[in-house]
Design a binder for this molecule. Sequence first.
Ligand SMILES: [Zn+2]
Length: 479
Amino acid sequence: MYDRPVVFLDLETTGATATYDRITEVGLIEANNGEFVREWSTLVNPGISIPPMIQSLTGISNEMVASAPSFEEIARELWLALEGRVLVAHNARFDYGFLKNEFRRLGKSFSAPVLCTVKLSRKLFPQFQRHNLDSLMSRHDIRCDARHRALGDARVLWHLAQAWREAPGEAAVIEATAKLLKTATVPTGLPDDTYTHIPEGPGVYLFYGLSEDNKDIPLYVGKSVNLRTRVMSHFSGDHRVHKDMRIAAEVKRIDWIETAGELGALIEEARLVKKLSPIHNRQLRRNTELCAWHWPGQRHDTAPQLISARELSGVEFRDLYGLFRSRRAAIEALREIAAEHQLCNAILGLEKRSAGTRGGACFAYQIKRCRGACTGAETTEAHALRLAAALTGLRVKAWPFPGRIGVRETSADGERCELHVLDQWCHLGTIKSEEELQALDDGSPRPLFDLDTYKILTRYFYNGKGRPDVVPLPAVTAS
Ligand SMILES: [Zn+2]
């Protein structure tokens, strides 16, 4: 409370149900590190009528709010007052719930660290039974001339904070607050105000250590739809894992890249992990060996051929099976499928056919593990059909669009818009508008097929929560 920006807040409402009732008054006091900054209060026109009982409790009548601004009209100012601060309120869940619902009605997602003064009082003074506001006022000798009005009650919370400063004292309150907030402690190598600078939107964050000759050492790259919360979760008591403890000890600098949405963050994360090879990221293997089985038309007189990522351009994805990190993994997978389905290793090219043995029978046939496509006991057509069925699960997903597309993402505040240009599971680039498309075409050569991008995109298109905003794009014009 005395070691960070907070806002003491109280709301008056038309009732107790946050999803139905509305706010009629907001009162708040901003404070930084225990210093009073300013107080602010406004009546709010709730757009619904205030029940008589509530009118007599608060003294706020329908007439009083009739000419008051709506929540929408004060939303921006209120948001700015709350942003970056711990929300301190009495029975904070109530006020927090109302704020979340009012902002949600405007299409905004409000979230803040919340400190409840009921819980805090209980922690500081466990010997007392009652912790409602009137009890606390008499216990700490606090007077209020506008009880049940928003600013009046917010001021009580401010005075409470001053009283607690004397007893039990700042240190005890800060400790209890940290426990209630499960606060992320700032790693020792970072400035105290580190978290307040990190945006709350989607993007990629980077932790750097420092080498002896003062060079950045990439420690970890991660992505999130809320950068600040995610970064803090690495350093909060209840998520402590060994990796995070090591990062906390080593980190000297945090950097981030904001994106408009989740897809942009996923793509950027994969790119940076490859580029920087951070110490604590599970290493994504490079694509140099990436390969797949290629079997066009599932023809019975041909066998699947192993081709590498470099040879993928121009190949139909529906003729591809697998996508493997190495040739060895690809061969291993096909061997397992052959064994499981009693297919013929000789036909598949996994085993040399020795002319000397009986009718070119493969080894598996001799121990009755092959149905005999090698000897003619099974026709090659039947073998091909069984092979096609066995490979179904490995089939690479065809690109589900007629050609090149853009996926548009817009940030929640509408200020950031990105168009991810995609074709055949490749990420060709991210641009701010369609006008930049030509520059993209004229620029870098087409990227190689990348397994991580393929996985990100298939997950995004087939298992994603939202419906992607897909924009068809013209084919590349040769210049
Ligand atoms: Zn065989």
